[in-house]
Design a protein around this ligand. Sequence first.
Ligand code: PTJ
Length: 252
Amino acid sequence: MTDIPEDHPRYFSLVTRELLVKGVKDGIASMQGLIAQGRGEAFDYLLGERTTASAMQAERVAVALMLLAERPVISVNGNAAALVAEEVCELSHVLNAPVEVNLFHRTEERVARIVSLLKSKGCRVVYGDRPDRLIPGISHERAKATSMGIYGADVVLVPLEDGDRCEALVKMGKKVIAIDLNPLSRTARAATVTIVDNVVRAVPNMVAMAKEMKGMPARELSDAVKGFSNDRALAQALEEMMENVMKARRNV
Ligand code: PTJ
């Protein structure tokens, strides 16, 4: 990996890039994943590369939903595996939610590598290498899922999901929690709860929240979810971006 000086103003962003490049070299992330990360970075730049108040609230609602769920599942693609494999495993452990490897650009070799990476990071239950169901309404390879994992889940956390699949999961009656830096994306608009934050900040935040909220009675968790509107949260995220842009504009 390139040596990034710690005093560089965009240190974390550059380290994240390096992790993804390594992910591609190791056969974990796809080449297309690099392009997706670039798009995400542009939105993150507008956000000021921070977790905003609306993202923090969405993260809390998401954790409450997962704790209330009967069968919560965490979907992992190449980008999530390259960037936050360890944190995903910790979240899986705290929430008692199995992980399923679910790829957009699916190859069995990449699925196997990601399954083994997640296991090496401590994930106990990892589905995805033996799919036995197809998500209705989407084309074959992208539709593969497992009945014990995403197919049978009531709540699915999908970091960086593609729009079609997010819509298809919602159509199946699932609550879908998306992590997506682009508040205008189809995924962001179709999900039940969208966290407009970088996956490298969102997942560790959710781990800390899950540890804190795990012992809460169901009534309190339901209260945390009550009143949440995804449309309103997306509007807030756009406003937070615009405020940041206006602040920069005043300094030009
Ligand atoms: O590993 P695979 O084959 O499953 O492929 C994964 C990608 C991400 C390549 C695939 O799902 C894809 O093409 O996704 P999209 O449709 O480009 O959507 C990715 C979304 O994630 C975009 O809206 C980006 O803005 C957003 N995004 C990119 N990087 C991050 C992000 N959101 C949060 N954190 C990031 N680091």
